[in-house]
Design a binder for this molecule. Structure first.
Ligand code: PXP
Length: 237
């Protein structure tokens, strides 16, 4: 059964837009868990554009499922992760000017620094997942840097404008899944998934977990968070 991790960053985006105290990501996390999600995901960005350090501390106290911290592999973030102890860290590339995470990590190019970050987090008993494009070389390198898991970037599949392009991108994802299975890496996927494009990804049984944020929070504005989470769970299980 595919697990659902809900990324609650955009609850904080709405709050930060006005610099007020609401809506609170902690309250959202509790509603998400009550609706049956398997985990809470948040991304503490260098520029703190949505989730704040205080949010992360509160989430660590109240999340009862799994807290997955997305972060860049910087000394600052590694220090915060070691102090906060999320259940898992997902390392992502991060550029200040980007709207959202734009692609997977280049594990091949950043091999030494990622290996060091993984070792530091491991010493703190924090397992590490790497957010990577569906590319065999990146997956091979993910095993070599001793990541526990990978999260396959589904953004290109989600952005495909034609069904032929979507088929091509899905094939890339399936190849990557095969490679990760051979290397005994646990497999998650995410980015850009919504209530329509999630179906074909949810059919891939080797993908254990989907991490979804924007589409769920966007739907929640119209139908409520509880219903938005339950509708996604119904699609992916
Ligand atoms: N997975 C990772 C690694 C991400 O960086 C993001 C975006 O923060 C997501 C999943 C969720 O993407 P979306 O908001 O498009 O569902």
């Amino acid at each position: 059964m595919t697990r659902l991790g809900v990324n609650i960053d955009h609850v904080a985006t709405v709050r930060q837009a006005r610099g007020v105290a609401y809506p609170d990501p902690g309250t959202a996390a509790s509603i998400v868990e009550l609706a049956g999600a398997d985990g809470i995901v948040c991304h503490l960005r260098e520029d703190r554009r949505h989730i704040q350090d205080r949010d992360l501390r509160i989430l660590r106290e109240i999340v009862q499922t799994q807290l997955n911290l997305e972060m860049a592999a910087t000394e600052e973030m590694i220090g915060i992760a070691l102090a906060t102890k999320p259940d898992i860290v997902t390392l992502v590339p991060e550029k200040r000017e980007e709207l959202t995470t734009e692609g997977g990590l280049d594990v091949v190019k950043n091999f030494r620094s990622l290996k060091k970050a993984i070792q530091q987090l491991r010493r703190g008993n924090i397992p590490v997942s790497l957010f990577v494009d569906p590319d065999r070389n990146q997956i091979k390198a993910s095993e070599e840097v001793e990541a526990e898991a990978i999260e396959i970037h589904t953004g290109h599949y989600c952005e495909a404008k034609t069904s032929a392009r979507a088929d091509e991108e899905l094939k890339r994802i399936l190849d990557a899944v095969g490679e990760a299975c051979r290397r005994n890496l646990r497999i998650a996927a995410g980015h850009g998934l919504n209530y329509v494009n999630v179906r074909r990804i949810a059919e891939v049984k080797e993908i254990e977990e989907l991490n979804i944020g924007h589409s769920i929070i966007a739907r929640a504005v119209l139908v409520g968070l509880d219903r938005a989470v339950r509708e996604m769970i119904a699609l992916i299980r």
